[in-house]
Each structure stands twice: as structure tokens, then as C-alpha cells.
Design a protein around this ligand. Structure first.
Ligand code: ATP
Length: 135
């Protein structure tokens, strides 16, 4: 691997989503966005549901991660995410339906509704729609 690159691996319980050398990435860290260049100091952090922005050669692209952990060590970035999708894998209609379901649950205010769960589902859907629309 060249000195200017770092390995990025993103895995979920189901599959390996990404495993390539990249130049730079910005991750949705639990305490805010984290920019990572090769040779970054070692760290372990939890991740928010959010968009990972990646630069590779002259390309820029995004991967939605639905929470998890990130380890950075020796120019290797490992992300263990509950779910993750490249933008081209995102089914926008499915995300729109998930968003509507979560919104309906949140406004219904029935006592048995798990508000946190609905809020997290809403955030996943919003991030998927945002990433797929390139915003
Ligand atoms: P849904 O209610 O539509 O299942 P969700 O947010 O509850 O949405 P997750 O539990 O986060 O879904 O994900 C379950 C699996 O489905 C994961 O593998 C995830 O990558 C995939 N997935 C979820 N939503 C989408 C989408 N809109 N497009 C593509 N893959 C998706």
C-alpha cells in the first residue's frame, strides 16, 4: 500500500460492504465527525447513524452506516456496523416507506410505542435518502 493510502474495511453481521485502499474519510463519530488520513493516531470510537464520506484517487463517494464501532490503527480503518450500504445499493422507495412508518409511529403517541426505536429508524431512513440523493 502506498504511504498516502489507508485500508478501509466496513463489515456488517451479514457481509463485507467495502474493503479497499482510500486516501481520506470522514466518519460519523459518536462525538462528532472524524476526518481520518493515513497514519492517523490509533483510536476506537462508536459511530452514529450517519454518512461516511470517502475519497479514493479522484473519486468521492458515500456509505451510510447505521451505528457501530470504528478502529483506526496502522493506516487501517475497520468499521463494524449494524448495517451499511453504498449509495448505489440504497432502495430509496424502501427508505421513504421506512421514514413514513417511523413518522407515523412518532406522531401516533400510543403508549406502547418505543420512541427511541422509531427515532433511530427515522434517522436511518433520512440518512439513506440523503446519501442516495447526493446531498
Ligand atoms: P426497513 O424498515 O426498510 O427494513 P431498517 O432501517 O429497519 O429499514 P435495517 O434494520 O437498518 O433496516 O437494515 C436491515 C438490512 O436491510 C440491512 O442489511 C440494510 O443494509 C438493508 N437496508 C435497509 N434499508 C435499505 C434501503 N433503503 N436500501 C437498501 N438496503 C437497505
Amino acid at each position: 500500500m502506498s504511504e498516502s493510502k489507508q485500508r478501509l474495511e466496513i463489515v456488517t453481521p451479514q457481509r463485507k460492504v467495502f474493503s479497499e485502499d482510500v486516501d481520506f474519510l470522514v466518519a460519523p463519530g459518536a462525538d462528532g465527525e472524524l476526518g481520518i488520513l493515513p497514519s492517523h493516531t490509533p483510536l476506537i470510537t462508536s459511530l452514529n447513524v450517519g454518512i461516511m464520506r470517502i475519497e479514493q484517487d479522484n473519486k468521492k463517494f458515500r456509505i451510510v452506516v447505521s451505528g457501530g464501532f470504528m478502529e483506526v490503527r496502522n493506516s487501517k480503518v475497520t468499521v463494524l456496523a449494524t448495517a451499511a450500504e453504498r449509495t448505489e445499493e440504497i432502495d430509496v422507495a424502501r427508505a421513504e416507506a421506512a421514514k413514513k412508518r417511523a413518522e407515523d409511529r412518532l406522531v401516533s403517541k400510543t403508549p406502547d410505542i418505543d420512541t427511541l426505536r422509531a427515532e433511530m429508524a427515522l434517522r436511518r431512513a433520512i440518512m439513506r435518502i440523503k446519501a442516495a440523493s447526493g446531498k
